[in-house]
Design a protein around this ligand. Sequence first.
Ligand SMILES: *Cc1c(COP(=O)(O)O)cnc(C)c1O
Length: 413
Amino acid sequence: MNAPKTPPVHVPMSQFPVRDGELLVGGIPLTRLAARVGSTPFYAYDRQLLSERVRELKSALPAAIKLHYAIKANPMPALVGHMAGIVDGLDVASGGELTVALDSGMSPKDISFAGPGKRIEELRQAVAAGVLINVESPAELDALAGIAADTGWTPRIALRVNPDFELKSSGMRMGGGPKQFGIDAETIPEVIARAESQGLVIEGFHLFAGSQNLQAESIIEAQRKCFDLAGELAKHASHPIRSLNLGGGLGIPYFPGNQRVDLAPIGANLAQIAEEAKTRFPQAELCIELGRYLVGEAGLYVCRVLDRKLSRGQVFLVTDGGLHHHLSASGNFGQVIRKNYPVAIGNRMDATTLEAANVVGPLCTPLDILGDRMMLPPAQVGDLVVVYQSGAYGATASPQRFLGHPAVAEVLV
Ligand SMILES: *Cc1c(COP(=O)(O)O)cnc(C)c1O
């Protein structure tokens, strides 16, 4: 009888299959993909994994809740183009991202633009494009009234609300208390009055409480509170609410012991909200917006071992990749205590022996760590180190100019 097939301990994640000891990305063996890309390091994103994640999520959500992709998680144009074909809308956070979103072919009516400190040029760009602008302050509202007066174009406006509660168990909090994001909930009535006195129509509300949350109960609680708050705020508007963005916050597992988000109760809660919305906001389209959850697990960061060193009994694998391409895996993008992302030697997936090794980058700083004393197959110069869970907040969330090494390549397969 065959022994049950459990993956070896050094295969930390299962979304990418293994054949003949090599990881397959989009069906291509990793060493061949590296040759095809032409250089290391690179990020590789798998279309099929992206599509599967969206399909899984859509089947858990009620049809009345639209799914938007927040492209700051990964704005690679080819990837945004792929996502545009499978999600219901795109959310952008700058004029540069707006350009990428418009180029993807997504209809402007399904693009929204949030973020504090929008420059006047960005606001003009957004008004001209006809996307929904999530207004973050009274001054931004006045700027839009000015653009409307100058151009005769009607800005599409929603108010981003800084709620009076926080998202519990969230990796990064972005609402509640004093914040640079959104307009404090208690001042929304006067901001609506100010908008209406300038002839502007408020289409809806945007609430985004936080990021990287693995607890279904706290996501449910935040979505319920956001919905109820929007119901209260809507009473102050003279026009019916047409759009309600309930935020997102769903996280992905990075570290041992992390449990996947349980989608079923979140879907059930949103179904209840969608049902209530039929009477409370009969004209509104409801959506959630997700970045990391949609793309994070579909991406790998791949770098090559340049040197293998011993220092006082410890092995150091020095690679051509590091924090300049992948700040978050180095632990320097919002982590309080550094933990290892899942790492493997992508061309030695069937190894039977392991050793303790440190995986480091080429930068002259002790912060440049990709793996701290991890159990890995013994790796040699030329081998390919892979970092899993690297599809979100990678290339564009890293200080690529630091130390003047080449920029990272990206490939969608
Ligand atoms: C960053 C951001 C998102 C995406 O957050 P994830 O944690 O990646 O899902 C969504 N909406 C807004 C307004 C954001 O700023």
